[in-house]
Write a protein that binds this ligand. Structure first.
Ligand code: ADP
Ligand code: MG
Length: 263
């Protein structure tokens, strides 16, 4: 891990480049069933360091399940998930240690209501990373500034707008110095006028070289920021590639039909 806020070199994936041990995420033949319903039907996916991958697709296509398998919030039925070369489906894997390298931002912000914004950003640093209070507060303050909330550290979540709460959730994730940020529809619960501030923070992270996997319905964001767009439908990746191609000139009828509905 690098110190808070240290930019990583941007290294967008070139399609067709062979797998590398430094790849941040490698998903192989991932299947996930709930009971007898198979929700993921064989996903193969590689995310290289510094890459921004946006996952798009209709509701129920398995996007959240895929993201949740990447940090083992869901256990795959078959296949493997490697994080920085480590197989997290291996029973010997220390999943808590791996998770401490992954930042996760959900649709619902999941902040602790009884803690201030700053305290929300401090908690996991002291509990999981065993940082001292003073250092943790310094890192938290730095990351609140990064998301434009340097002056609101003393506010409780209820005193903040949805967009501000989501930016605190991002600052909280960043305070762990993650190697990968996972976002699951981070702007879907927000009033339209609050979406832009959250997307701006995410654009900034992308520009700084953060490796990001983003499930989103924000097509303009995916088009402008993603190195690669993945279109999922029915538990499979239907097509993937550069945003200009997948969003601008999709090959598959299912992708075209989806884009017609959301654009
Ligand atoms: P998306 O995020 O693309 O909308 P999800 O990954 O949330 O899709 O869900 C894919 C399918 O899996 C849906 O049909 C959903 O109902 C089902 N599903 C998701 N989580 C569970 C669960 N814990 N138990 C049973 N079915 C689930
Ligand atoms: Mg979802």
């Amino acid at each position: 891990t690098t110190p808070a806020g240290t930019p990583r070199p941007h290294d967008p994936a070139r399609p067709g480049t062979p797998e590398d041990p430094s790849d941040v995420v490698v998903v192989r033949d991932l299947h996930k069933s709930f009971g007898d319903v198979e929700v993921l039907k064989g996903i193969d996916l590689t995310i290289r360091r510094g890459e921004v991958v946006c996952v798009i697709g209709p509701s129920g296509s398995g996007k959240s399940t895929l993201l949740r398998c990447v940090n083992l919030l869901e256990e795959p039925t078959r296949g493997s998930v490697l994080i920085e070369g480590e197989d997290i489906t291996d029973p010997d894997c220390d999943i808590d240690e791996v998770r401490s390298r992954l930042g996760m931002v959900f649709q619902q912000f999941n902040l602790f209501p009884h803690l201030t914004a700053l305290q929300n950003c401090v908690l996991a640093q002291t509990n999981v990373l065993r940082r001292g209070k003073a250092e943790a507060e310094k890192v938290a303050q730095h990351n609140l500034e990064r998301v434009g909330l340097g002056g609101r550290g003393d506010a409780h979540p209820a005193q903040l707008s949805g967009g501000q709460q989501q930016r605190v959730a991002i600052a909280r994730a960043l305070s762990m110095n993650p190697d990968l940020m996972l976002f699951d529809e981070p702007t879907s619960a927000l009033d339209p006028e609050l979406v832009g501030d959250v997307l701006s923070v995410m654009r900034l992270l992308a520009k700084e070289g953060m490796t990001m996997m983003v499930v989103t319905h924000e097509m303009a964001f995916a088009r402008d920021v993603a190195d690669r767009v993945i279109f999922m439908d029915g538990g499979v990746i239907v097509e993937e590639g550069e945003p200009s191609r997948v969003i601008g000139a999709p090959e598959h009828e299912r992708t075209r039909a989806f884009l017609q509905r959301v654009l």
